[in-house]
Design a protein around this ligand. Structure first.
Ligand code: DX5
Ligand code: ZN
Length: 218
């Protein structure tokens, strides 16, 4: 399992220290939720914060752009130090072009699907996809409840990814209670926001999630 704690639920006044905690506990990725107040109702952070985060960690920066017309910002996130840039299939008219551009910028292209969006949307883009992000909540806020109806989509995404270099990531409402269930479906990357940074001890929360993942291997 690759664990990607979402800094959306971190303490922004102590972001560097929060990130160091989860990375030292074993998290390989840091998930950065970018919201523009248009594609989703909330507004969060932009490339400036990614640049600051880059300066405090070598961890993989997994930037999830919940923004309309994301092409406008791809270069800024790449220059700020993003490793992966994930855009929503619903956010712009020319998904294949957007994903190709992300790759040209030297980042790993990802595509995110809202709970209501079918996987067929990306069937003809797989040659330019390194990551499929399955939203298990409606994007916009941390701390929401996992939507069980997306479970079959994980299985379908793993089938689409088979034989290709594509990771499947799940995002929204994941914690110790349902981690095992999504890992059993074959998810490669798990995003966790409130269950990590909302916990009084984020390091222990990360270690707890790896213990669950390890127990599933046998
Ligand atoms: C939701 C974001 C998620 C969010 C997950 O729009 O994309 O990454 O931070 O938070 P939790 O784990 O609290 O659902
Ligand atoms: Zn996210």
């Amino acid at each position: 399992m690759i664990l990607a704690p979402s800094i959306l639920s971190a303490d922004f006044a102590n972001l560097g220290s929060d990130i160091r905690k989860v990375v030292s506990a074993g998290a390989q990725w840091v998930h950065v939720d970018v919201m523009d107040g248009r594609f989703v109702p909330n507004i969060t952070i932009g490339p400036l914060v990614v640049k600051s985060v880059r300066s405090v960690t070598d961890a993989y920066l997994d930037c999830h752009l919940m923004v309309a017309d994301p092409d406008r910002y791809l270069e800024a996130f790449a220059k700020a130090g993003a490793n992966g840039i994930t855009v929503h299939a619903e956010a712009g008219p020319h998904l294949h072009r957007t994903l190709t551009r992300i790759r040209e910028l030297g980042c790993a292209p990802g595509v995110a699907l809202n709970p209501s969006t079918p996987l067929s949307t990306i069937a003809y883009c797989l040659d330019v996809v390194d990551l499929i992000l399955i939203m298990s909540v409606n994007p916009g806020f941390g701390g929401q409840t996992f939507i069980d109806a997306v479970m079959p989509k994980i299985t379908e995404a793993k089938a689409l990814a088979a034989g290709r270099n594509i990771l499947v990531e799940i995002d929204g409402g994941i914690g110790p209670d349902n981690l095992g269930m999504v890992l059993d479906k074959g998810v490669d990357v798990v995003v966790a926001g409130s269950s990590v940074f909302g916990s009084p001890d984020p390091e222990a929360a990360v270690r707890g999630m790896f213990a669950i993942a390890d127990s599933r291997k046998h």
